[in-house]
Design a protein around this ligand. Structure first.
Ligand SMILES: Nc1ncnc2c1ncn2[C@@H]1O[C@H](COP(=O)(O)OP(=O)(O)O)[C@@H](O)[C@H]1O
Ligand SMILES: [Mg+2]
Length: 425
């Protein structure tokens, strides 16, 4: 099969790496890819959001199957345009991608389907929003409904902070049109986890759990990032909790989407808060998490190409796969200054040596190749991923590999997996 993979992050490098292991894979193209992906696929210089060019490329190169990594092209209708042109696609339609693209849409679906989640109100009127905040009191959470690159959520411990957050989004328009509508919701407590399910429009198949570290600093301190590390499986997602997630959250959502004429095909990523064994939905995403994908791919025991292709064709009942009896953990290395401003173009060395540590694979995110060197080309740059017999062993291997990477302008957290390791002890 000739496959086109769309995206350029660590998530897409992990997908490319696992697709490569499939005996069914012929040629693999990636648009636009990165320096790591270029070692295992042919990268083509088309942006992930350039819908028209991607469709033309698929036609010109007689692509058999397209896998879309990031959410932005999905919310722009890339999967719809490709399907109209006759290509099977792993990734939801524009209508189904609203589950991520509009938090207000997602909350309405959850309410209609009876999915356990925080109570909420949705508002386009600033005074009505403030009245709701005053009525409910603090703590409370204020969210821009649209895509805001992971920055549109404000947790408000006090009433005043909540009123200020409403002003920030609706009067000052800090998040632009993403804040045209806002969602105000209940502040949930518990332990967070990410759950993944593959969907073929009708069916949903469990695809395991992971936990990530969003804050930039050790001890989960400092501003939030796209994710500084992750591990899988997630100890908090016991088999009993997993069953509740599938029955109460994932399946009702997939059925609800099919019933409204927007069947969901792709990976449904449920962000969850789990308390006393009871999962509640925080949000849905419509693609793999980054860096969660890196740990899921490291554990997957199966033919990724066959699995994703079956999902795209509505035949998930026909595939079988399992999970390695190992824990995977990824440490993200980022450019100094991230998530604020950072330099590009610094030289990274030692990657081959790092990859020789037992159980380790170094996935690239923001990198580019130039004159035989690997240069940093983004905020999050590498995902140093290790498998091991415990979280502790996977963590030790990942940091051993980090030590071999020579990149003075980069940094990473030193405590990825701490919560799970405390549980193991
Ligand atoms: N209702 C809530 N109660 C407590 N924490 C929340 C709530 N909603 C979101 N959060 C926290 O904020 C983070 C980001 O919120 P989320 O809805 O996932 O938006 P996004 O990922 O689009 O920024 C979550 O990972 C969680 O830590
Ligand atoms: Mg989130």
């Amino acid at each position: 099969m000739k496959v086109l993979l769309v995206g350029s992050g660590g998530r897409e490098h992990a997908l490319a790496w696992k697709l490569r292991q499939s005996p069914r894979l012929g040629k693999l193209y990636c648009a636009p890819g990165n320096a790591g992906i270029a070692q295992i696929a042919e990268c083509v210089p088309i942006g992930a959001e350039d819908v028209a060019k991607l469709v033309d490329f698929a036609k010109d190169h007689a692509i058999d199957f397209v896998v879309v990594g990031p959410e932005a092209p999905l919310t722009l209708g890339l999967a719809d345009r490709l399907r109209e042109a006759g290509f099977p696609v792993f990734g939801p339609s524009q209508a189904a991608a609203q589950l991520e693209g509009s938090k207000a849409f997602m909350k309405d679906l959850a309410a209609k389907a009876g999915i356990p989640t925080a109570w909420y109100g949705r508002f386009t009127d600033i005074e009505k929003a403030k009245a709701f905040v005053r009525e409910k009191g603090a703590p409370i959470v204020v969210k821009a409904s649209g895509l805001a690159a992971g920055k549109g959520v404000i947790l408000c411990p006090t009433l005043q902070e909540a009123l200020d957050a409403v002003d920030l989004m609706m009067a000052k328009r800090e998040f632009g049109s993403a804040g045209d509508e806002i969602v105000i919701e209940e502040f949930l407590t518990g332990e967070e986890a990410s759950y993944f399910a593959l969907c073929d429009g009708q069916r949903a198949v469990a695809f395991s759990a992971a936990q990530d570290h969003k804050a930039v600093g050790d001890g989960d301190t400092g501003p939030n990032t796209g994710g500084m590390g992750a591990y899988s499986p997630a100890p908090v997602a016991t088999p009993d909790v997993e069953a509740k997630i599938m029955e109460r959250i994932v399946k009702p959502a997939v059925t609800g989407m099919a019933d409204m004429g927007a069947p969901f095909t792709g990976v449904l990523f449920a962000g969850l808060m789990i308390k006393d064994g009871e999962p509640k939905l925080i949000e849905f995403n419509v693609r793999f998490g980054d860096p969660e994908c890196q740990v899921l791919m490291s554990r997957l025991d199966g033919d990724l190409l066959e699995i994703l292709h079956a999902a795209a064709l509505g035949r998930l009942d026909q595939v079988r796969f399992g999970w390695k009896d190992e824990t995977a953990l990824v440490v993200v290395m980022a450019a100094e200054g991230y998530p604020g401003s950072y330099k590009k173009g610094t030289v990274i060395g030692g990657l081959n040596e790092a990859g020789k540590v037992e159980g380790v694979t170094v996935f690239h995110a923001g990198t580019k190749g130039q004159d035989g060197q690997i240069l940093a080309n983004g905020g999050r740059v590498l995902g140093v991923t290790a498998v091991g017999s415990s979280v502790k062993q996977a963590q030790a291997r990942a940091y051993q590999a980090v030590e071999r990477i020579h990149w003075p302008e980069g940094f990473c957290r030193r405590d990825i997996g701490w919560r799970a390791i405390a549980r193991e002890a």
